[in-house]
Design a protein around this ligand. Structure first.
Ligand code: GLV
Ligand code: GLV
Length: 320
């Protein structure tokens, strides 16, 4: 008998076919709408494998409904949407998709840094709304990127990829991380700094850390108050790492200069969210890894991990 798999979103046919070659597949048929919780609760009951996205909350209550589940394959590098302890306790394997999205996410992070510093979105709106009447000395003037100090919080694969880009802009690079990384320091010329010093000295602070109990609200009122009034916060990791209320107040009062956000505590971010009312915030709908090639690679890798686990072979990327 073929193993049963549920896929929580309509994914490209060629990926579905790969899984279908090995498993009996059921799939939520919408591309732009997440599977409703009650559907997922029913579907998970009898499957051996779950292919899911970061939009699904795979908590203990849901896992308790699964009778035969062997593997949860998350099509993302982050897995804060999954109760890892509960999965482990039930002997359910969890896999993710690191590596394949590193460069694409670093590209987007640098793009967001540049567009926030040089006010690209605001400038486009300025032009299109007919406000461009003349060239003027301080019109839409932003912050320099070349030669500035970049603080990277979380020196994992994506943090390193970001540092490599920053070197091309002759930036001074500080990083904080749970452990020091002497090899990376040597190779990329980055300097380890305690968080407070990083916040005080950086012109750009980029959050590149996973979202865990330790990093929840890592950047709050105190941390923001340490930053320079000319500095910019960039978050392409997870919304909950920053206290959004504190960020709003820091941006409004001018205690920091701007922010570029690809992620929010609640996604999609509600349109009446205070952060969306500020001109000095560039906002994106969680598109860090969204290049065509990379999203295909992530889906392929998630499918491979799923199939390997179902065959009782070792998946390429094991969380637990
Ligand atoms: C996207 O945010 C991911 O974790 O892959
Ligand atoms: C993710 O790939 C990371 O470790 O930064």
């Amino acid at each position: 008998m073929k193993a049963k798999v549920y896929i929580t979103r309509k994914i490209p046919d060629e990926i579905v076919s790969k899984i279908e070659a090995v498993c009996e597949v059921r799939m939520w048929q919408e591309e732009e709408k997440p599977v409703p919780r009650e559907v997922l609760e029913k579907e998970i009951a009898d499957v051996d494998g779950l292919f899911c996205l970061l939009t699904e909350s795979i908590d203990k209550e849901l896992l308790d409904k699964a009778k035969d589940l062997k593997v949860i394959s998350n099509m993302a590098v982050g897995y804060n949407n999954i109760d890892i302890a509960a999965a482990k306790e039930k002997g359910v394997r969890v896999t993710n998709t690191p590596g394949v999205l590193t460069e694409t996410t670093a590209d987007l992070t640098f793009a967001l840094l540049m567009s926030t510093a040089r006010r690209l979105v605001e400038s486009t709106e300025y032009l299109k709304s007919g406000r461009w009447e003349t060239w003027s000395p301080m019109q839409l003037a932003g912050q320099d990127i070349y030669g500035a100090t970049l603080g990277i919080i979380g020196m994992g694969r994506i943090g390193e990829a970001l540092a490599r880009r920053a070197k091309g802009f002759n930036m001074n690079i500080l990083y904080s991380n749970r452990s020091r990384k002497p090899v990376v320091e040597e190779e990329l010329g980055v300097q380890y700094a305690e968080m407070d010093r990083l916040l005080q000295e950086s012109d750009f602070v980029c959050i590149m850390t996973p979202y865990t109990a330790e990093t929840k609200n890592l950047i709050g009122e105190r941390e923001l108050s340490l930053m320079k009034s000319t500095s910019i916060l960039i978050n392409t990791a997870r919304g909950g790492i920053v206290n959004e209320n504190a960020l709003y107040h820091a941006l409004r009062s001018g205690s920091i200069w701007a922010a570029g956000l690809d992620v929010f505590e609640q996604e999609p971010v509600p349109l009446d969210h205070p952060l969306l009312t500020l001109p000095n915030v560039v906002t994106l709908p969680h598109i860090g890894s969204a290049s065509i090639k990379t999203r295909m690679r992530m889906a392929e890798l998630a499918a491979e991990n799923l199939i390997l686990a179902i065959r009782n072979q070792t998946p390429k990327n094991i969380v637990v």
